[in-house]
Design a protein around this ligand. Structure first.
Ligand SMILES: [Zn+2]
Length: 54
């Protein structure tokens, strides 16, 4: 099942949303986005907590 994460779910005023079959890919994409767009460093666990089934 695919998973998705959006910045809005994380309480951010940002339209970024990613969806993938691969949790590892999702984690990598979200960490990259958070770091470059929000200057926030997230751990893999932080990202996984935000994932929801899509
Ligand atoms: Zn964002």
């Amino acid at each position: 099942m695919a998973k998705q994460i959006s910045c809005q779910d994380a309480g951010m005023d940002c339209a970024f949303m990613v969806r993938s079959e691969s949790e590892d890919e999702l984690v990598a994409m979200v960490k990259d986005h958070a770091e470059h767009q929000h200057h926030v460093e997230m751990s893999d666990d932080d990202v996984r907590e935000l994932m929801k089934a899509a």
